[in-house]
Design a protein around this ligand. Sequence first.
Ligand SMILES: Cc1cc2nc3c(=O)[nH]c(=O)nc-3n(C[C@H](O)[C@H](O)[C@H](O)COP(=O)(O)O)c2cc1C
Length: 209
Amino acid sequence: MYLLAIHGSPRKNGNTEILLDYFLKGINQEFISFEKIRLSELKYQPCIECGECETKGECVLEDDFKELYYKIFKADFIVVATPIFFYSHTSYVHAFFERFQALWARKYILKLPHPFNKKPKGILLGLGGTKGKKLFECVIRSFKYVLDAVYGIYLGGLFFRGIDKRGEILNYPEYLELARDVGFKLSTLPEKEILESPEKLNLNTNSTP
Ligand SMILES: Cc1cc2nc3c(=O)[nH]c(=O)nc-3n(C[C@H](O)[C@H](O)[C@H](O)COP(=O)(O)O)c2cc1C
């Protein structure tokens, strides 16, 4: 099994990355291999709406996403970790999401199956500086649509409020342990059990968590 972990904050070793790293620490690599991608280190553009993917079945932009598409296709799990910027995910994550348009076109216009017959399972790790009630609604909704483009399934996420200053999440070891535990459970519970009872991962499955 292969897990693609997307780090969506521009801040290296910031709160989101610390949280994601704990999640990854929990993974038993005997069962799941993973790769962490820092979007801020890639060279890629948002979708330019050229429409080429609607006939070619693939994105024609020449950038680092070429390799990322392959990783998305082979992923059994896609984990997106993002801080909240203006009530949404970061622009890095948004551009990442937009590039799924080529995969949406493959599925819905060209009626092509998933190239490796996968149904990737998606997990969100989100945090924000304030206590806003609806802080995570936008990213959850977007991610669900993104996953749908690759025949994927949203399992849920971990969401934390009131985390603002650099490294502030370290003051909440219980949040980090929760993330580590999700990683551990994800890699050790049978896939069937996860799909039938995703609550066993202790993820929040609400659309307004
Ligand atoms: C451009 C920008 C916009 C932000 N917008 C919000 C917001 O709308 N709501 C909120 O709760 N926090 C907001 N924040 C605070 C971040 O979510 C918070 O500082 C977070 O801990 C940053 O995580 P990081 O260290 O992984 O980058 C914003 C921060 C920045 C830099």
